[in-house]
Design a protein. Structure first.
Length: 180
């Protein structure tokens, strides 16, 4: 009747060793994991920008009006800077003065990512889309940077048709856009 019941499971020593192995593994893997997270945030910023621009382009084509796509200055007007932080807005520019007037409501607002800096090439402050969705002038480069600097920057190019493509990395060309 007196049966001996043996406990099955891990003892304190086994548990401590398992936690120690997990801690060492995490410490060694963390730099690569942090890089993956940063790359994912950068890709998210590019995708959000591309989506917001596509919405602006669709607004231009669907309503046959010129559309301005720019960084919001906080009051629903275009910021006067080639560095785009805060949010991105677009609106139908019915009178073609490239300023948002009282009778031109916002057609779209997209919050810009907080951890990624965005800058347009050639000091541009806005992107103008014509009623057919094209973007007049020369190609525009949009550079995306984070705390890792120009070596990890990426970029998009908007061609004259208003379409975007990803630009291959060229750290020297991104240095100016990546400075805080």
């Amino acid at each position: 009747m007196n049966a001996i019941h043996r406990q099955h499971g891990a003892g304190l020593l086994e548990l401590v060793m398992t936690l120690l192995i997990c801690a060492v593994t995490l410490t060694l893997a963390w730099p690569q994991f942090a890089g993956v997270i940063a790359d994912t945030r950068m890709a998210d910023a590019r995708n959000r920008f591309t989506t917001a621009l596509a919405q602006a382009r669709l607004t231009a084509q669907a309503h046959a009006v010129n559309v301005i796509f720019c960084a919001d200055d906080g009051s629903g007007q275009c910021a006067r800077s080639p560095r785009w932080s805060g949010s991105w807005i677009h609106y139908a520019d019915r009178n073609r003065n490239e300023l948002r007037d009282a009778d031109e409501p916002l057609a779209g607002v997209e919050p810009a990512p907080a951890t990624v800096r965005v800058a347009l090439s050639d000091g541009r402050q806005r992107i103008r889309l014509l009623r057919d969705g094209s973007s007049p002038g020369s190609n525009t480069r949009i550079t995306f940077c984070d705390a890792r600097g120009a070596a990890h920057a990426t970029a998009l190019v908007i061609n004259n048709m208003g379409r975007t493509r990803r630009l291959a990395a060229e750290a020297a060309g991104f240095a100016l856009a990546c400075t805080p």
